[in-house]
Write a protein that binds this ligand. Structure first.
Ligand code: MG
Length: 172
């Protein structure tokens, strides 16, 4: 069992991860509408990963013999000014998620909850990757935001494949 404060923080993180998935689906929809199916696929994979993050935390709450308290998922924005704005928003959002994961890690330290601290290490590493991949996409989009160059990036981004995160292998 984890402490009540920790259960609340982990449950809220499940909701935040599902919101991330929802946000990226909304962005994928915007990109589909702009006829950029490759970049939309990149964003769909991003959304799938976020759903997995939610499940990994949900599984951990269950493994701890606790009951998750799932909150409402708010509606994501449905329109964006440009592809650049989509990726600026993605980078900002990933920074918020990193801060949220770090806050839970700090709570685990304060509560001397070593199991949760160790559990969160995968997420801490994952966030380094998430920030890096979204920043790389933003830099490419900023450099290439003319029609022809976006078309080329669309081909490359469309090659992104979804892989089940290691903590979920054999668990869904
Ligand atoms: Mg995530």
């Amino acid at each position: 069992m984890v402490d009540k404060k920790m259960l609340k923080a982990l449950s809220e993180q499940v909701t935040k991860e599902f919101y991330s998935a929802y946000l990226y689906m909304s962005m994928a929809s915007y990109l589909e509408d702009k006829v950029l199916p490759g970049i939309a696929k990149w964003m769909r994979v991003q959304a799938q990963e976020e759903s997995c993050h939610a499940l990994i935390i949900f599984n951990y709450i269950c493994e701890q013999g606790c009951k998750a308290e799932l909150g409402a998922i708010k509606a994501p924005p449905s329109d964006f000014k440009s592809v650049t704005e989509v990726f600026k928003h993605t980078v900002e959002h990933e920074k918020l998620v990193t801060a949220s994961i770090h806050a839970i890690a700090e709570l685990a330290i304060a509560l001397k909850d070593h199991a949760t601290k160790q559990f969160l290490e995968w997420f801490i590493k994952e966030q380094v990757e998430e920030e890096n991949s979204s920043e790389t996409m933003l830099r490419q989009v900023v450099r290439l935001e003319d029609e022809k160059a976006l078309f080329l990036l669309d081909k490359e981004a469309g090659a992104r494949l979804f892989a089940l995160p290691l903590p979920l292998v054999g668990k869904i």
